[in-house]
Design a protein. Sequence first.
Length: 721
Amino acid sequence: MEEGDFDQRLRDLQREYLEFLDDGEDQGIYMEKVKQMIEDKSKRLLVSINDLRRKSPERAKNLLENAFEEQIAFQKALKEYVSSIDPTYAKIQEEFFVAFSGSFGNKHVTPRSLTSRYLGNLICVEGIVTRVSLVRPKVVRSVHYCPVTKKVMERKYTDLTSFEAFPTSAVYPTKDDEGNPLETEYGLSRYKDHQTLTVQEMPERAPAGQLPRSVDIICDDDLVDKCKPGDRVQIVGNYRCLPNKQGSFTAGTFRDINVLLIGDPSVAKSQLLRYVVQTAPRAITTTGRGSSGVGLTAAVTTDPETGDRRLEAGAMVLADRGVVCIDEFDKMSDIDRTAIHEVMEQGRVTIAKAGVHASLNARCSVLAAANPVLGRYDQYKTPMENIGLQDSLLSRFDLLFVMLDIADADQDNMISEHVLRMHRYRNPKEQDGEVLPMGSLVEMLSTENPDNDEVDDTAESIYEKYDPLLHGNTRSKKDQIFSTKFMRKYIDLARLMKPKLSQEACDVIADEYARLRNQDMMDSDMARTQPVTARTLETLIRLSTAHAKCRLSFQVTHDDALAAIQLVQFAYFKKVLTKEKGRKRRASTENEDAASDTEPAQPRPKRTRKTQEGQDPYEFSSDEEMEPVLRAARSSQPEPEPHTSSSKKTILPARLAQFKSALHELFKSERANSLPLSRITKHLDEKYSHEIFDSAEVQAALDSMTSDNQVMMADDMVFLI
């Protein structure tokens, strides 16, 4: 096409786009948008390609196929229209730009489907931002002054990112044609910002066994610094070939609920993680052995072409505002596990290496699954001994659930029937020979949110349909189970709620936290799964808030706090079994009477001198409350035969509790390890003057506490053990 024909065609296109923008006689949408753009001192107008397709289908089609020519005409039409509204503003701004949104159809692509046939087209690419370069200035026009000739010279620069047909030379003038030196007038020169992004294919849409592909994006002017690594974006732009590329980065912070599942093999921990990945709106899965510290957080790499240092986001950064599922968490090395401490606590990744200092948002929940230290959970050992992880890491998990493989005939039959049914079940939509997808099959070929459309979505079922092969006998036809699609929408809606704590909830949470801190054990056979620190208070607040969000409430009530407390009580304490002693001797001795045969069945545990950290040594609660956690490691020495004289006076449990309470107060106030019996009796008479303890009751109470290894009597002195 000759230059004259091209200019004429450009003017014709410009006239059509001007008619599209000047819609005052129609709805006046873009006339108001242009006025608002002028008022905001902006130079980019957002145009919906759906509106253009409705008013001028030919222009919309050519805009997608021949983007450069159409966009030049569109931008000139925009500048002409702005000149008709505000000539002064049009003179200030040399260029005006047009941005596009709407449905792109087959031009809505991913980095994997972006092929050479899209060159020169206007496309919409969707993916995750993995790398972001620094914002750098690019000279557009330079002004030079020659002191010798007193002349001013101006030079414009274009490259392959501009719409001009040919890029100009990149040589910067330092001398004029006569060899006189030139001075650059930086105040009169014009620059524009530019930045390079790398957008990677979404992990859930990448084919199984293949690495996600990526594409480089160059942003100019007002489009720089609009995203950061980990953001999921839809970018509309022109696809063309460029000779080189560059890269680097930017920052953020948050805290979410973290959960650790620990238990025996084959208790469906990994399957639970996979179901979370399928249900959560944004989730990334990885394994402990296949993940390193930098792979989970971020790494500083070197650009092979430019040599620039740039930041590459890891799995936890890519899962920002989502869930990271880490299987085989115990297989990670201690160094790699230490790398995620900051992410779990602060919700960000801080990098300071190779001259790069930056912070990345990693506001994600961590759902980890691990096996115990010896492969299987030993119920005769404490949870701490079975878990084998550092307290600094355990305290960052809000909830820790122990999953046991218990041999139960009914449960085993249910599991076996379910597994067999799953082998027989096939999805009705599955075709013969079809490869099963790893993630969702839904792809939105539009830049607009489909949820914003006023479309009746009642056709989609809220509940799953009953399938005898899928659900078996465990579910009747009357039982209703929410579908995965509905749960995904419900989670999105619940996360939008911002409930506030009520005073009742604050009081309940504060009381529960103080009780957890002061009382190491709830029962004699219960041990803690993780330490109780100040993070536990935050856990109670987060769980209460999450419960309120599930109710779609704007306030955290007393019931929400109680639900959080119940969940913490279940997750923080685990029962520890005690090995029975003397079973072989009892089995071989058949001629013993019933009393001697049953007495050693539950031997009285011998109290160890070591108390758990934070335990009050003056606390005399019931036998179950004060028994040490480490029951499995008790001394195997034979115990002395208890005194079982029938004439010995007994004491009622209520009176024994009163005696222990009074003795606790006395030892604590005196701050002593031993007290004379007379001092104890005097204190009892003063405290319980209305119901005085006689000497027989005092002796019976002391004998009971002596047999429980709580106190010891010698020469009318009571010693605290």
